[in-house]
Design a protein around this ligand. Structure first.
Ligand SMILES: C[S@@+](CC[C@H](N)C(=O)[O-])C[C@H]1O[C@@H](n2cnc3c(N)ncnc32)[C@H](O)[C@@H]1O
Length: 393
């Protein structure tokens, strides 16, 4: 665990004062308590009472996460955990929103003062935000990724950047754990691969792209998201770091880029927030904009189908019920290989597995530099490659 002051506010653009940081630290620790101790108590109740009784009465139900959850719902320890899951998540946003509101004008002024950017920002006020993103505040974040509370607003970029830092246990102060994990996965699978041009889908504040920009300094990096405030925030952040990101407000299912423009298309933790009907559309778009031989890499939250522990699967599904993450649950059940084949990726190019999570270890007296370890858990990782030019598909 690390102190929240490690994400120094100015480094990450949002300026939180001492009182706000104290409340944010409380929210972070409350969430860790809920997902540590309280979850552990519910797990014990499942293992000692619920699972054995189910196994006796109906062994198939004991292995089925949806039916096992029905039984677990009757158990007070699990009810308590679920209540606290929701409350602790709301605390994250409540404690962060004050900093965001107080700092919004300064952020906007810095954004408007940017001159001679290395990258670019193309906003489209006419864009129809996908209705599944409008339907709710994703993971209880007020206003989600798209709401502008004022003109040229960056607030929800700041809110997401700080809030996700508070509730993601080991993504590191720069929120770039997912980017580090996907880059590590890519380099393990394709050590010599260097994209000339890459596109990231559902980029939000672009945290995963900073490791890519450092690893591939010659690569032209493009990214799309449907939300304007997250893109403004990403633009300001990238320019302050001297990194060229070309950002476009677009639907990932219709990006507007030319056919075959990219050697690499990535999506970091986007698909678990995407309604089922849109997934094939986005995969088809990724295939279209990939050059022959180009690589698609999807890195997302762990997939229940790849984790044998039924209680853990139930906990993942809990995000759909208590944290406005309705689509994550459906993502578990999708046949990714079939969807990728349907849009044109050759079957033999498709790989489905896990990208080990990179766990941030804060500096200490013994190790004054921050370190990263490969964790026990893996992100869900899907890789596919478009057939090379001239090869039979
Ligand atoms: C959980 S955030 C992930 C952000 C970023 N990739 C990261 O790893 O921090 C998911 C993002 O996907 C975006 N998104 C979801 N569906 C989209 C679509 N159809 N078109 C564009 N963006 C989309 C949302 O607006 C949101 O910013």
């Amino acid at each position: 665990m690390y102190d929240i002051n490690e994400q120094t506010s100015r480094d990450h653009l949002l300026d939180a004062n001492l009182e706000e940081r104290t409340r944010q630290a409380f929210a972070k620790h409350l969430r860790q308590f809920v997902f540590g101790t309280t979850r552990g108590v519910a797990q014990q109740a499942f293992a000692q009472r619920v699972a054995p009784e189910l196994a006796r009465k109906d062994p198939a139900a004991a292995r089925d996460r949806k039916r096992a959850r029905e039984a677990l719902l009757q158990v007070p320890e699990y009810q308590f955990f679920c209540d606290l899951h929701r409350i602790s998540q709301e605390q994250i946003w409540n404690s962060t929103a004050d900093s965001v509101e107080r700092d919004a004008d300064r952020l906007r002024a810095e954004f408007l003062a940017l001159r001679n950017p290395k990258g670019s920002l193309q906003l489209n006020p006419e864009l129809q935000i996908p209705e599944y993103l409008l339907a709710m505040d994703t993971h209880c974040m007020p206003g989600s990724y798209h709401t502008d509370w004022a003109e040229n607003d960056l607030s929800n970029g700041a809110l997401y950047e700080r809030g996700s830092f508070l509730y993601t246990p080991s993504g590191g102060p720069a929120n770039d754990g997912a980017g580090r994990a996907s880059l590590d996965f890519l380099r393990t699978k394709l050590p010599d691969f260097v994209p000339r041009r890459m596109l990231d889908l559902g980029c939000a504040t672009c945290s995963p792209l900073f490791p890519y920009a450092r690893a591939f300094p010659e690569t032209e990096i493009h990214a799309v998201d449907s939300g304007a405030p997250v893109l403004r925030y990403a633009h300001l952040h990238a320019e302050k770091e001297g990194i060229a990101l070309h950002l476009r407000q677009a639907d990932a299912a219709a990006t507007g880029y030319e056919d075959g423009m990219f050697d690499l298309v990535t999506a970091h933790i986007m698909f678990h927030e995407t309604e089922s009907y849109a997934i094939p559309q986005i995969l088809a778009e990724a295939y279209r904009v990939l050059a022959p031989g180009g690589v698609l890499l999807i890195v997302d939250l762990p997939n229940a189908g790849l984790i044998p522990d039924v209680f853990q699967q139930i906990v993942f599904d809990g995000d759909a019920y208590y944290n406005n993450e309705h689509f994550w649950m459906r993502m578990h059940d999708l046949d990714w290989a079939a969807e990728l084949r349907k849009v044109g990726f050759p079957a033999e190019s498709i790989e489905i597995g896990a990208a080990p999570m990179q766990m941030y270890i804060a500096p200490s007296a013994e190790h004054p530099e921050p370190r990263w370890n490969k964790g026990r858990f893996g992100f869900f990782a899907v890789m596919a490659r478009k057939a090379a030019a001239g090869s039979a598909k």
